[in-house]
Design a protein around this ligand. Structure first.
Ligand SMILES: [Zn+2]
Length: 309
């Protein structure tokens, strides 16, 4: 197998995560952050499993956000085999659930959206999208429940649900594809990746302003702001953690860029954002070494060296 698109945390997850220690998240946003973190954790678990066990020739696309006919849909994992595409939705549900009359219930009375509905929608829209681009191929869809602590009572056999005890045989089935990946398969993968969007219309990011978020270097271990400069190192007064000043700055600027993508990395901005470094010369030296200098006649700035950081 070949991974043609890697997974990265969504912008919503990254921003909420940073705001959780740089501002006060509302209860609702905190819940949303927890939900996104769990979901992402489940997806990574499934990725790991495929990395270890999927052997047949195929192209793996992780995390796609696509739009067709004004409908946006998300796909956790797409595996392109020579004769079929496997569309996989990963769920990290934990605990005991009951399947009843096309619905999922937790603790008998708490109704939860049946993930099959979302899956069917994604499959239908993917069909339309491929057709529009003159690409026809079979699609098989499944919901993989990756959490070993998940149970579904009354799970019907004719549903596309892969329970934790069935994951191994599911991957075995995937491994029984023996054909070679074709140019046409690669063309489908390229097309889908080119159509991928970064921003989901469903994301709920709270409003925030530069003046309201807490500035400063945070400890990479405990997220405390009680970080002091000691020589070439940053020392955390709360947990005793220590990291190189240059690394601390890179971490801190990563937050800056994610929260404020329109703001440029300049010595002045870094001075203001990092708080603890009093020497602009020192900031300049670190930026020169670790970032790309962009000369501009009126105001120069720095850029991240590698995309994706
Ligand atoms: Zn700490």
């Amino acid at each position: 197998m070949k991974v043609v698109k890697k997974r990265t945390p969504s912008k919503e997850l990254q921003i909420l995560d940073i705001l959780s220690y740089r501002s006060n998240l509302s209860e609702k946003d905190t819940q949303q952050l927890l939900k996104l973190k769990k979901g992402y954790e489940g997806e990574l678990l499934f990725d790991q499993l495929l990395d270890q066990q999927l052997q047949s020739e195929c192209l793996v696309i992780r995390d796609l956000l696509l739009t067709v006919n004004n409908s946006t849909f998300q796909i956790d994992t797409l595996i392109i085999f020579p004769t079929i595409i496997e569309l996989i939705d990963v769920k990290y549900f934990e605990g005991e659930y009951i399947y009843q009359k096309d619905n999922f219930y937790k603790d008998t009375d708490y109704k939860i959206k049946n993930p099959e509905h979302q899956l069917i929608r994604a499959e239908t829209l993917l069909h339309q999208l491929l057709q529009r681009h003159g690409m026809k191929t079979l699609i098989n869809s499944s919901v993989v429940f990756i959490n070993p602590e998940f149970t579904l009572y009354n799970s019907p056999r004719d549903k596309p649900f892969i329970l934790p005890t069935q994951i191994n045989s599911f991957i075995k089935r995937l491994n029984s594809n023996y054909s070679k990946v074709t140019k046409q398969n690669q063309a489908i993968a390229n097309k889908l990746i080119s159509l991928h969007q970064e921003d989901s219309p469903y994301q709920t990011i709270p409003e925030y302003h530069y003046d309201q978020v807490q500035k400063g270097v945070v400890c990479h271990q405990c997220h405390s702001f009680s970080v002091v400069l000691q020589g070439h190192y940053c020392h955390c007064n709360d947990c005793g953690g220590k990291m190189l000043l240059s690394e601390a700055i890179i971490h801190t600027l990563r937050d800056f860029t994610i929260l404020f993508p329109d703001k440029k990395i300049t010595t002045g901005n870094v001075y203001d954002w990092c708080v603890i470094i009093s020497s602009k010369q020192r900031i300049k030296r670190i930026l020169m070494k670790h970032f790309k200098f962009v000369y501009n006649r009126r105001w120069s700035y720095y850029e991240w060296k590698a995309p994706g950081r």
